[in-house]
Design a protein around this ligand. Structure first.
Ligand code: ATP
Ligand code: MG
Length: 145
């Protein structure tokens, strides 16, 4: 049981077997960062990270975003329109003016986000920590991602 208490998984292919890694005593997530970088290299790369509470998932993602000029966002239990406004505000740090309009649904926000990223050549990473909260607020979100 100790193994599973101190480990989390990363997959860049939700169909692949999961890879579990040790929680290190201090920040030194070289293997995990490499794995995330590899996912970023692929067109439309997607990676999911899961694991027991407090094993360091958020800290790993914050460190990765900071070192790769990424965008770290975190979902919560707010209603979908509130979370869209928050996300638009975070995206506006990279793309000024992004939050000056109201997005009526996830598709409109994500379509513009994608267009801005393509136009500027920005390839991410974009992190959504606590993604299940976002999906719970709007079940149509996974199909828009
Ligand atoms: N590599 C690390 N070395 C030392 N301390 C770490 C490391 N990673 C995370 N921590 C510390 O462990 C605690 C939990 O980290 P973090 O919040 O990133 O975990 P989490 O997996 O995202 O938790 P949750 O499941 O609650 O979201 C924090 O206090 C963080 O500073
Ligand atoms: Mg966390």
């Amino acid at each position: 049981m100790d193994f599973f208490r101190t480990h989390y998984g990363i997959t860049d292919n939700p169909c692949a077997h999961d890879v579990r890694v040790h929680a290190l005593p201090d920040l030194n997530r070289v293997a995990e960062l490499r794995r995330l970088d590899a996912a970023l290299q692929r067109p439309d790369g997607f990676a999911a990270i899961w694991g027991r509470r407090r094993v360091g998932k958020s800290r790993l993602l914050l460190e990765w975003c900071a070192s790769r000029e990424g965008l770290y966002t975190v979902a919560d239990g707010s209603a979908a329109p509130v979370q869209r406004r928050y996300l638009a505000g975070e995206v506006a740090r990279r793309f000024p003016g992004f939050s000056s309009v109201e997005y009526p649904d996830w598709s409109s926000l994500l379509d513009r986000f994608r267009a801005e990223a393509v136009a500027s050549g920005w390839r991410g990473p974009w992190v959504v920590d606590e993604l299940p909260y976002l999906i719970a607020s709007d079940r149509s979100l996974p199909s828009a991602l």
